[in-house]
Design a protein around this ligand. Structure first.
Ligand SMILES: Cc1ncc(COP(=O)(O)O)c(C=O)c1O
Length: 393
């Protein structure tokens, strides 16, 4: 009901607090499968101070426009792009993936009227959403035993209608990295663009490289990579909604740029899907990246990887459960030998844990974000061990 008479601020706030008691909080450690986390306090501060700013009106907010460009430059640097970045901030990985598919479709307009995009089975479901929205068929290809894209399977599906390929650096289910260099070579041979979805991995893989824990070439250092998306609101510790997509070639951005006839200057040109949209998360991202520097993010990734190691130690002690793959980054997919995963997940949720079940392979998934502390991990495994070892198969 929308009441005729307003109520006092105190009353409203009290009711809201009651309503929000049902929310899980990151500080409880309970959401173990979330790719978001407690935003960095500096980001929260900047966000709160800049709520009125509209990134859809950059003619009015020219300072914010400059900050957005600097965010894109910093992220392009992280992604090893030489030269100016061409792209936009977005509301997150879904919008970025939609923009990538849109750019590929627009650039291939003269080539085909039945556009197809190729993506391994492990690519995020937002690619299907992009296909659905944009009238592009999504052709899914198989993955290997490590759940990485199979380059030959992708090449086999390329035909005259193929407008591009999408691969992932840090898959949603297991944090796996597709063999991007090999696939980029294939894409180049066939003269088709390649999008790398690094929504999660963009703020992880560069630092894995630096701390000597694997990582690999995944972004613009690989010839043949056309665009890379990365979300500050995941491992970038920014408040939601903060995503980015960057293209190597400005023609892709031009292909997705629309003009708004009644607005002036920068405001009349829009690349993102949204019109009015908050500048606050962009400004918060800028502040956090400036404040932490590479060393700050390296420390965050190092700590998440230590916690991931601890998860693996606890997992090895449980005879009923095992990891689907050796973790590549701070995501662990847990398979159950005998006990049905649904039952485990239901019982864990009854104890307050907020879980996710991935379909490929069937796993329960832990995303080891900064709020997943050693204490939270031990509490989680105490419950998980008890449940998985007492449920009859
Ligand atoms: C690899 C990948 N891409 C895209 C997305 C979609 O991101 P968002 O939920 O921010 O739209 C996710 C979300 O988990 C993801 O893991």
């Amino acid at each position: 009901m929308f009441d005729e008479r307003g109520r006092s601020r105190e009353e409203v706030l009290e009711e809201l607090e009651r309503l929000l008691e049902a929310d899980s909080t990151y500080s409880s450690g309970h959401p173990v499968a979330s790719m978001s986390t407690i935003p960095h306090s500096l980001g929260v501060d900047v966000f709160a101070r800049t709520l009125e700013k509209n990134a859809g009106r950059l003619h009015t907010f020219q300072g914010s426009a400059r900050v957005e460009q600097e965010v894109l430059r910093m992220i392009a640097d992280l992604l090893n792009l030489k030269g100016e970045p061409h792209g936009t901030t977005t509301s997150g990985g879904t919008e970025s993936n939609i923009l990538a598919v849109l750019a590929f479709r627009e650039r291939a307009k003269r080539k085909t009227r039945s556009p197809e995009i190729i993506a391994p089975k492990t690519a995020h479901s937002s690619i299907d959403k992009a296909g659905w929205l944009l009238g592009v068929k999504v052709v899914r290809t198989r993955v290997d035993k490590q759940y990485r894209a199979v380059p030959a399977a992708i090449e086999k599906k390329i035909n005259d209608n193929t407008i591009g390929v999408v691969v992932t650096a840090g898959t949603t289910y297991l944090g796996q990295i597709d063999p991007i260099s090999e696939i980029a070579e294939i894409a180049q041979d066939h003269k088709i663009p390649l999008h790398v979805d690094a929504a999660f991995g963009g703020f992880v893989i560069p630092f894995l490289n630096e701390i000597g824990r694997g990582g690999q070439r995944f972004a613009f250092e690989v010839n043949g990579v056309t665009s890379v998306s990365t979300d500050p609101h995941k491992m970038g510790l920014a408040p939601i909604p903060a995503g980015t997509i960057i293209f190597r070639d400005p023609r892709y951005v031009k292909a997705i740029t629309r003009t708004v006839p009644y607005l002036r200057g920068e405001s009349s040109v829009q690349v993102s899907i949204l019109g009015t949209r908050p500048a606050a998360p962009i400004l918060a991202t800028w502040a956090i990246m400036k404040h932490l520097g590479r060393e700050g993010y390296r420390t965050v990734v190092e700590s998440c990887m230590k916690h991931t190691d601890h998860i693996m130690e606890r997992l090895h002690q449980n005879p009923m459960l095992h990891a689907a793959i050796e973790p590549v980054m701070n995501i662990v997919g847990i398979e159950s030998r005998e006990v049905p995963l649904d039952t485990i997940i239901r019982r864990m949720e009854q104890k307050g844990w907020r879980m996710a079940a991935s379909p490929l392979p069937p796993t329960l998934r832990i995303v080891v974000m900064p709020h997943v502390t050693m204490g939270a991990i031990d509490a989680f495994f105490n419950d998980l061990d008890e449940i998985s070892m007492t449920i009859p198969p």
